[in-house]
Design a protein around this ligand. Structure first.
Ligand code: NAD
Length: 361
């Protein structure tokens, strides 16, 4: 098989779906690997490292005629249209998020594996791009908050007096939220966190955080949260509003699969926060957990700084790429037998991830 990787086309995307490490493994598995010159430049993987791994480093259209194409962000629709029928496309494709892209995949007869569709089973963990990238995002979100804050995170006892530690509240204790709790703790902050899934209490506490009990429990399907009812939301809002007056930093990470981010921090709550407080809203991509968040912007609202960064994982491009590429490699390994493509549709990881869904017209 020919496996090809072109440079990412989305603005600001620094990650890559193939590293020299995974290129070497694919070559060892019998694949011919082609990469576009400069592929890993923004993630600090030089062309020479790919060449040393046995990949062909080429100028021009590397994906033409390829059997398997790997990506982070979906390629533009016209690039998808140039893939050969039956070619496999693997990445964070989100075909349902963009009609033109979905149509391009369908029309080209491409077998797409949008990795965000992987069932989150134990076996799939090594391929789980949502987890590997969310971890980086949670870590970076805390560093951004620390950078924007006019306060120290740790407690300090100095000749100039004692500095109280910052109080950090992490909203949502999924993969990103738990990494945010751990990172803020390492910086010495006092950390609280809440989630609507009750099992998160133990996870938060094991990282040195305090579970903030807002009295709302809403576990949904497949280990995810469900949307709150109006009454549950009102209860959460009321208890949270009072609590936020004492908080210096909020890191928002709450999400419900397939829905816009739940609105948790209202404009009124922000108005009640101390001047110099900071909110970093990792949910900005899907609308934000804070009512005032603006996608990709950092704004000031009555002395409270609110950041809605969109490229958090990309900011840690080297490690994000290493993990993403391993996720992709582990998935692609399921498709390869003796150096050729072979689809085992009895394997739920393939059958449930492929798009368009099998049997769908
Ligand atoms: P996510 O990004 O969908 O959501 C982030 C968090 O927001 C979740 O913990 C969710 O409960 C929380 N949330 C949603 N609505 C909320 C609200 N109104 N108020 C407060 N919190 C709210 O989730 P994720 O991080 O991708 O993963 C969630 C769960 O799935 C975790 O338990 C994780 O361990 C599990 N998981 C399992 C696997 C696996 O077994 N392969 C892989 C990844 C994640």
């Amino acid at each position: 098989v020919i496996i090809a990787v072109a440079r990412e086309s989305a603005p600001g995307e620094r990650r890559v779906a193939l590293t020299p490490e995974t290129a070497k493994k694919l070559v060892a598995a019998g694949a011919t690997v082609r990469v576009e010159r400069g592929l890993g430049a923004l993630a600090h993987f030089p062309d020479q490292a790919y060449a040393d791994a046995g990949a062909a480093v080429l100028d021009g259209d590397v994906v033409e005629g390829a059997d398997v194409v790997l990506c982070v962000q979906p390629p533009p629709s016209d690039a998808i249209a140039r893939l050969k029928p039956g070619a496999v496309l693997v990445g964070a494709l989100q075909p349902q998020a963009d009609e033109a892209r979905g149509a391009a995949i369908r029309d080209a007869g491409v077998v797409a594996f949008p990795l965000e569709r992987l069932p989150r089973t134990t076996r799939a963990q090594a391929m789980d791009i949502l987890s590997s990238q969310a971890g980086i995002a949670g870590y970076k979100a805390v560093l951004i908050a620390a950078q924007l804050a006019p306060r120290y995170f740790p407690m300090l006892t100095t000749a100039a007096g004692t500095i109280r530690p910052s109080k950090v509240l992490v909203v949502g204790a999924g993969v990103a939220g738990l990494q945010a709790v751990a990172t803020a703790r390492r910086l010495g902050a006092q950390v609280e966190c809440f989630d609507v899934r009750p099992e998160t209490r133990e996870q938060i506490e094991s990282l040195g955080g305090r579970f903030l009990d807002l009295g709302v429990s809403a576990a949904g399907e497949g280990g995810y949260a469900r949307q709150l009812t109006d009454e549950e939301r009102a209860l959460q809002q009321q208890r949270l509003g009072e609590h936020l007056r004492g908080i210096d930093v909020i890191v928002c990470t709450a999400a419900v699969p397939g829905r816009p981010a739940p609105k948790i921090v209202s404009a009124q709550m922000v108005a009640g926060m101390k001047p110099g407080s900071v909110i970093v809203d990792l949910a900005a991509e899907t609308g934000g957990n804070c009512e005032l968040t603006r996608r990709g912007e950092t704004i000031d609202s009555g002395g409270v700084t609110i950041a809605g960064p969109l490229d958090l994982a990309s900011q840690g491009a080297l490690h994000a790429s290493e993990m993403y590429a391993r996720n992709v490699y582990n998935f692609v390994s399921l498709l390869l037998r003796d150096g050729a493509l072979a689809f085992d549709w009895d394997d739920e990881l393939l059958a449930r991830t492929v798009w368009p869904e099998r049997g769908a017209a």
